[in-house]
Design a protein around this ligand. Structure first.
Ligand SMILES: [Zn+2]
Length: 341
């Protein structure tokens, strides 16, 4: 791993202020892009010239948006022309409505994005910038100084956040538990059934406290992945009605296809079709307000596979584990630096 910088806390850097931290990193990346001479070695007695480029940004959604100058995921998609809608009173912004998918499921124009980002730079007041972002959904990012950078395709949809922390958790907790499709007694039964399933040691077990609190409390991305791909079908099937079984079956099949080590175009097409079916089923049986940014973004996952290969080659699992190690360091430092009275 090449660490170019860690942003200081204590709070997350806001919106375009990230550009202050990106600017020196982009300066270095520009030098790499123009070419860099490695020292002479026995293998290369005259030295060796190399070039480096950033071709993939793997983040959660808010970070990807901030990094590349896109507006919040609650407002619109950064890869296609779909905008969130708020149909009806008190309905949350959502990405429902698939009848006109042909009109909006088209790749955004990079040239248009760059033009709008440069337009943001020429705004002369905060008010003007706010209006510009509201009109175009774009603000400036220092990453755009990289001549090769593609702000539409380089920020991938991270499968870990999208499929497991996002959609799996949403389906189980919001669709089924909050709508009382799964009751407290169902959760206790699910917990009993889960305890009886023995899985290989290298696959993460789900915690034993499924029925505690609101249900499925504090599951990690790994645990959601294990739950949906191993446990969910055998232990939930008889507790769900027909429409929810279809949602589960299509979603589990899509996950299985996408997490394969080797994946071909036919599998990608099937995975995309299954994810679209899941989205349409959720809209049909629960309403368009249940179509979240993650459900919409899952429709772009197969495009990311076409660009970067199977999911495990670009998902955030390994990076998030590193974050966990860094967090543990911070906890230890705070512990040893605590004041004694
Ligand atoms: Zn989209």
């Amino acid at each position: 791993m090449l660490t170019l910088g860690l942003l200081p806390g204590p709070t997350e850097v806001k919106l375009h202020h990230i550009n202050h931290y990106l600017a020196p990193i982009v300066d270095v990346l520009l030098e790499f892009w123009h070419g860099f001479d490695l020292p002479v070695s026995s293998k290369h007695p005259t030295g060796k010239r190399i070039r480096l480029a950033v071709i993939c940004c793997s983040n959660d959604i808010p970070a990807a948006r901030k990094l590349c100058g896109h507006i919040s995921a609650l407002v619109g998609c950064h890869r296609c022309y779909k905008r969130a809608e708020r149909n009806g009173d008190n309905k949350r912004p959502n990405f429902g409505g698939f009848d006109n998918i042909g009109e909006w499921f088209r790749e955004r124009s990079v040239d248009e994005h760059r033009r709008n980002a440069e337009g943001w730079l020429s705004c002369i007041s905060n008010e003007e910038r706010k209006q510009h972002v509201s009109d175009t959904h774009v603000r400036w990012s220092e990453m755009l100084r990289l001549p090769y950078f593609n702000p539409i395709r380089h920020p991938i949809v991270d499968p870990m956040h999208c499929l497991f922390l996002g959609i799996t958790r949403w389906i189980v907790k919001r669709l089924w538990i909050e709508n009382r499709k799964l009751t407290k007694s169902d959760l206790e039964l699910i917990e009993k059934r889960a305890k009886r399933i023995k899985i290989p040691a290298d696959l993460g077990r789900v915690p034993d406290n499924i029925a505690t609190g609101d249900g499925f409390s504090a599951f990690t991305a790994d645990q959601w992945r294990s739950f949906i791909m191993i446990y969910a079908t055998p232990i939930l099937w008889d507790l769900l009605d027909e429409s929810d079984r279809k949602i589960l079956a299509n979603f589990v099949r899509a996950c299985f296809l996408l997490v394969s080590r080797i994946i071909d175009r036919n599998s990608l097409n099937e995975a995309h079709s299954r994810l679209l079916t899941v989205a349409k089923l959720i809209e049909e049986h629960y309403g368009s307000e249940y179509i979240t940014p993650n459900i919409h973004l899952s429709l772009h996952l197969t495009e990311c596979c076409h660009d970067y290969g199977p999911l495990y080659s670009f998902w955030c699992f390994s990076f998030e584990r590193m974050n966990g190690i860094l967090g543990e360091f911070l906890r230890l430092i705070n512990f040893f630096l605590r004041p004694y009275y």
